[in-house]
Each structure stands twice: as structure tokens, then as C-alpha cells.
Design a protein around this ligand. Structure first.
Ligand SMILES: NC(=O)c1ccc[n+]([C@@H]2O[C@H](COP(=O)([O-])OP(=O)(O)OC[C@H]3O[C@@H](n4cnc5c(N)ncnc54)[C@H](OP(=O)(O)O)[C@@H]3O)[C@@H](O)[C@H]2O)c1
Length: 237
């Protein structure tokens, strides 16, 4: 059955791979990022018709509400929500600027809370599925990433709690925790060096994460689950 899928952070990287896979499976997709033109450009490349690109800063409550008002008015009820919008501002805690801490928490944690709260009304009558994108760093911790790790660990607790809260309405909430994936976010990291710490010996591709996201969106009896997609990195951290 074709559903409406909303992908925050869908213009690039992991979110774009999720949008592509959803479209390939025949779903209508709303691609969202701060840069509306980039979101629209990605929507235009998806297979099938009627995909939409919207501009919205996930960290801003009014923008998130406005995005969902537009979506429900013009596209109908949302079946799938994927929260792939995220940023990092990596530094040792002693060197972290307060404004960077706030940006990371507001985008990675508060942002997903805002989109989940906004989408629930749309999912109440027909059910739905949400996948939040966490990180192996949220599960294991990493020096130089304490704020980013806290944002992702918080997202894990949020995912499990919300899963309990909305299960009776047939809304499922899961989290995919990627390791090192080839996107703009990791463009500055040398794969030869970091790959040595990964049992599978390489970074992952965004499409490999997208498959895990789609699996959780489509699995009717899985909720509150954290799925690591990391080439085994968590085994060595
Ligand atoms: N790449 C990795 O190795 C890795 C590993 C673990 C977890 N993750 C997580 O996976 C998710 C996707 O990461 P990625 O590697 O695909 O990153 P990416 O290539 O940098 O893409 C990030 C996406 O999020 C959007 N975005 C950023 N801030 C936003 C905001 N405030 N409001 C709305 N959209 C926003 C970006 O578009 P705009 O800039 O136009 O807004 C872009 O579409 C993130 O949550 C990241 O923390 C990534």
C-alpha cells in the first residue's frame, strides 16, 4: 500500500537515500531541509510523481508546525516519518561553545521531538511508523563528541518512551544508530585510518542505512527498537 512519507534531512546523505528508497517502493515522499531549493531538487530526482520539497528548520517549533500544516492540507495524512536531520560540532567539552551545544541539542534532539509531536495527530486514525536516526556514539560514547553523543542518547530514551506512549494507537517508533557512513558529515575523515577500527573494514553507504530504516518502517511487530547499522563498530568501541 502506498503511503505518505516525510523525511527531515532528506536533501542529502542518509535522508536522501531513505527518500529514494521510499519512492522506489511506490510511496509519495515529502523531502525537508533548511535549504528549500536543495529539498526540492532531491524531490525532483525521485522516481514516480508528486513528491514535494519543503524548507523547514527542525529546531524551530513554528516552522515545524507550519510544515505539517502544509503537508496535511496539500498531501493528506502522514504514514511514515523519518528524522534524519542532524548536525555535529565536535570538540572536547572544555572547548565547546555554548551556542554550538544549543544548536546540536536543538537540532538533533528537540527537533525530532517537535516533528514527532506534530505528526501524531496525523497518525492517530490510521496508525503509522516513525524512525529516528541516532548514532553508535549515542550508544557507546566517544571522546570529543560528548554533546553530540548526549543528543543521540537522549533520542534513544525519547524513542523508547514514545513507543510505549503510542503503541496502543498502532504507531510504532524505532531508532537506527549508524556508525561511520559516507556523507558530507564524515567527508573530513580519512576512511583508510578510521576503517581499521571497523570490523567490516570500511565506512557504510547511505543506502545501507536506508535499507534498515525501511525495514523498521515496514515491520508491523517491531517498536521501541534500536538497530545498529555500523559494520560492527560498536564491538570495538
Ligand atoms: N554520516 C554518518 O557517519 C552518521 C553516523 C551516525 C549518525 N548520523 C546521523 O544521521 C543523520 C543524517 O546524517 P548525514 O550524514 O546524512 O548528514 P548530512 O549529509 O550532513 O545531511 C544532513 C541533512 O540534515 C539537514 N539538516 C541539518 N540541520 C537541519 C535543520 N536544523 N533543520 C532541517 N534539516 C536540517 C541537511 O539539510 P540543510 O543543511 O539544508 O538543512 C541535510 O539534508 C544525522 O542525524 C546524523 O547525526 C550520521
Amino acid at each position: 500500500m502506498s503511503r505518505l512519507g516525510v523525511v527531515f534531512g532528506g536533501s542529502r546523505g542518509i535522508g536522501r537515500a531513505v527518500a529514494q528508497l521510499l519512492a522506489q517502493r511506490g510511496h509519495r515522499v515529502v523531502v525537508i531541509s533548511r535549504n528549500q531549493e536543495a529539498a526540492q531538487a532531491t524531490a525532483d530526482t525521485l522516481s514516480g510523481a508528486e513528491h514535494v520539497g519543503l524548507g523547514c528548520d527542525i529546531s524551530k517549533e513554528q516552522e515545524v508546525q507550519r510544515a505539517f500544516d502544509t503537508i496535511t492540507k496539500t498531501c493528506g495524512a502522514v504514514g511514515y516519518l523519518v528524522n534524519a536531520a542532524g548536525i555535529n560540532r565536535d570538540a572536547l567539552l572544555m572547548r565547546c561553545k555554548s551556542e554550538d551545544m544549543v544548536s546540536v541539542l536543538h537540532t538533533n534532539l528537540l527537533g525530532s521531538m517537535l516533528t514527532c509531536r506534530a505528526v501524531l495527530r496525523s497518525m492517530l486514525s490510521n496508525g503509522g511508523a516513525i524512525v529516528n536516526i541516532g548514532s553508535v556514539v549515542g550508544v557507546k560514547g566517544n571522546a570529543g563528541q560528548s554533546v553530540y553523543s548526549a543528543s543521540k542518547a537522549g533520542l534513544e530514551g525519547f524513542t523508547r518512551s514514545l513507543a510505549k506512549e503510542v503503541a496502543s494507537r498502532n504507531i510504532r517508533v524505532n531508532l537506527v544508530a549508524p556508525g561511520l557512513i559516507r556523507t558530507d558529515m564524515t567527508a573530513g575523515l580519512k576512511e583508510e585510518e578510521y576503517g581499521k577500527r571497523i570490523p567490516l573494514g570500511r565506512f557504510g553507504d547511505p543506502q545501507e542505512v536506508a535499507h534498515a530504516v525501511l525495514f523498521l518502517l515496514e515491520s508491523p511487530y517491531i517498536t521501541g527498537h534500536v538497530l545498529l547499522v555500523d559494520g560492527g563498530l560498536q564491538l570495538t568501541m
